[in-house]
Design a protein around this ligand. Structure first.
Ligand SMILES: [Zn+2]
Length: 114
């Protein structure tokens, strides 16, 4: 068995990041999207999960140093966010060719091999 390649998982984050930033409403965020664990406003913010995800997985974070398990976990969270932002039109994902659905299929296929 060849060692699974983390780079393949990390490549999937490249698409997820801008998608999740896009789905967040940062206009009213006093921290410009930088999650602050000691601020009550962050704790009760409806974007809490997306925000925490971004701060764990943005370009400044060394994804190579995370374990395969951790990368998989974070990717599954990203799948939930992307999924939640799709209109019902995309629900028959198998037939849809948009970037979102193509990415979701790719994550699914990739994770099945890890
Ligand atoms: Zn689609």
């Amino acid at each position: 068995m060849p060692e699974p390649d983390k780079r393949e998982l990390i490549a999937l984050f490249e698409y997820a990041r801008p998608r999740i930033i896009q789905s967040m409403e940062l206009r009213h965020c006093p921290h410009s999207g930088f999650y602050n664990p000691v601020d009550d406003e962050c704790t009760f913010c409806h974007q809490g999960m997306e925000c925490v995800w971004m701060n764990r997985n943005d370009n400044l974070v060394a994804l190579e140093e995370k374990s395969i398990e951790e990368l998989k976990q974070q990717l599954l969270m990203a799948v939930d966010f992307v999924d939640a932002n799709l209109t019902p039109h995309h629900l028959s994902r198998r037939k849809c060719d948009c970037d979102n659905c193509a990415w979701l299929r790719k994550v699914e296929e990739t994770l099945a091999r890890y």
